[in-house]
Design a protein around this ligand. Structure first.
Ligand SMILES: [Zn+2]
Length: 392
């Protein structure tokens, strides 16, 4: 079905804004961007975009579609992942990278979506991660203590079709008894996984709370560094190695601001200084031109739900020094480049997938205007609409 949104303000996801411009698309992709011409742009549906805004669908580079360790088992984890893959479209998120699932439910759900059995966002999935014995996230990981064991685990995930190999470079907040700052996998162990993944062009991501583990991961060639607070030395190392940064600030923000007594143990591990250091990290990335990818670590519990957390994360980036355009770019072009899907999505260009959001207010004026989402198109198909009676 050919759809045209006419006379809208369009942000392309990089650095270009088109005023009073129309966009024609269908399930095969974006067909035309230009001035509205009814004769030339024969469409099955016309949406008046006057006074409205179009941006690319958001990409969240670090989520969990259920971690797959807790209660419930594989079937429950799969059902949860399938639900969330659909749910995120209601928040304008058209692509997610799942960074760890103990039952590989994210890989299975991705396969079901790609086969057309269920509907959902584009998923890049890691399935099980790789950690040391008893390391952070061990219930959703292979526990490996040698380079050979890491290599075996990486190959096992590659055989299953993982899009990303998730490495646990340090301890973490979410594993009881774990020291978040302690380095875990060695540089050599991570390099073994990176070299194997890169032979297939598969992504690597390293959970890094402490900086020693982050430095090991960067030197090992891991593509994206998750969570780390970053000091100048570590940031410069990222710049040297061309690593991407996935900040995941909203999780920590919500932990520090929660009042739930059941989460007192988690709150006690979080230091308010962490947010100061996260702000420093964002400002260092801006100064050194290190690519930042929108990422939330959402889906790990009630404190950080998958869906609404992504826009809140972008608002924090703006609070910490980004312009709204830079924040959006972190969830559009930069994220797509990191995920190596920039030929497919991440920007509004002819030939790319029609992953489009229509908004009633301009997110470039105020990033919080992301909450004025009217509808989401994913691969050219209407995937969410706010007003059921809206003429489409
Ligand atoms: Zn995570």
């Amino acid at each position: 079905m050919k759809i045209i949104i006419r006379n809208a303000t369009i942000f392309d996801g990089g650095s270009t804004v088109y005023n009073n411009t129309s966009i024609l698309f269908d399930e095969t992709g974006i067909l035309n961007i230009g001035k509205y011409d009814a004769a030339q742009h024969a469409a099955d549906a016309i949406i008046d975009g006057t006074g409205k805004y179009v941006i690319p669908g958001l990409i969240d580079c670090h989520v969990h579609m259920s971690t797959g360790f807790g209660e419930g088992g594989a079937a429950s984890s799969g059902a949860e992942a399938a639900f969330l893959a659909r749910e995120v479209l209601n928040y304008g998120i058209t692509t997610i990278r799942s960074c760890g699932n103990g039952h590989d439910a994210d890989i299975e759900v991705r396969n079901l979506i790609n086969k057309g059995y269920i509907k959902g966002a584009r998923i890049l999935a890691s399935g099980k991660g790789i950690c040391i014995t008893g390391g952070h996230g061990w219930p959703m990981c292979f526990e490996c203590d040698t380079e050979a064991e890491v290599l075996k685990a990486a190959r096992t995930q590659l055989k299953k079709g993982a899009d990303v190999i998730k490495l646990l470079a340090t301890g973490g907040m979410g594993t009881k008894g774990s020291n978040p700052n302690a380095a875990q996998l060695t540089e050599g162990q991570m390099r073994a996984a990176v070299e194997e993944a890169e032979t297939l062009g598969v992504l690597t991501a390293a959970h890094c709370t402490g900086l020693e583990g982050a430095k090991r991961a960067i030197r090992a060639g891991v593509r994206s560094i998750e969570h780390a607070r970053l000091d100048r030395c570590t940031a410069e190392l990222m710049k040297e190695y061309g690593a991407y940064y996935c900040p995941t600030i909203i999780t920590r923000y919500n932990i520090l601001n929660s009042t739930d007594p059941n989460l007192a143990w988690l709150r006690a591990k979080a230091n308010p200084q962490d947010l100061v250091e996260k702000e420093r990290a964002i400002r260092l990335c801006l100064e050194l031109d290190i690519p930042v990818c929108a990422s939330t670590d959402s889906g790990t519990g009630p404190l950080c739900p998958l869906g609404p957390s992504t826009a809140k994360e972008l608002a924090i980036y703006v609070e910490y020094g980004m312009t709204p355009m830079e924040a959006l770019r972190s969830a559009n072009r930069t994220a797509a480049e990191m995920l190596r899907i920039e030929k497919e999505t991440g920007t509004i260009e002819v030939g790319k997938s029609a992953d489009l959001l229509l908004l009633s207010k301009n997110p470039l004026d105020d990033i919080k205007n992301l909450d004025t989402l009217i509808c989401t198109y994913h691969k050219g198909v209407l995937a969410y609409q706010k007003y059921k009676e809206m003429q489409l």
